[in-house]
Write a new protein. Structure first.
Length: 143
């Protein structure tokens, strides 16, 4: 379940439940296989990556390890980047994983293939990636 903290959570919906299940499954796979799991997450049209749903991964220092929808972000450090409303979105994602283990974060971010930001709710979960602490996450854009 989601803790009722200041971050809040998206309206309860089938989509939100699907995202939580997706991230839980991704976390299980990453904990077991490490970065080898990323190949599956990159497959377009798969359970992991379809429409504007995709799984992404960071380490706890803000390095992007996986972002199938925005591959140019991989290998970059996103610490200090703000969303359209001035929120330190990546810090919020890492903080939620580090302090709660899992939870929802909302911010403004473009949908795949777009440049204009949309409101996004992302579910994050702490994992161990090849022995290193990190997180996996996926989000949805409520219309």
């Amino acid at each position: 379940g989601v803790s009722a903290d200041a971050q809040g959570s998206p309206p309860a919906s089938a989509k939100a439940a699907q995202i939580e299940q997706l991230v839980d499954r991704a976390a299980t796979l990453v904990d077991a296989k490490g970065k080898a799991a990323f190949d599956e997450f990159r497959e377009k049209g798969s359970y992991w990556f379809h429409g504007d749903t995709y799984v992404f991964a960071y380490d706890m220092k803000g390095d992007v390890l996986l972002n199938p929808a925005f591959p140019r972000r991989e290998g970059t450090n996103v610490t200090g980047q703000k969303d359209a409303k001035g929120k330190l979105l990546h810090q919020a994602i890492i903080h939620t994983a580090a302090t709660e283990g899992a939870g929802w974060v909302d911010y403004w971010f473009p949908k795949p293939g777009q440049t204009a930001p949309s409101h996004k709710w992302t579910y994050v979960k702490k994992v161990t990636i090849d022995g290193m602490p990190g997180l996996v996450a996926s989000g949805s854009y409520p219309e």
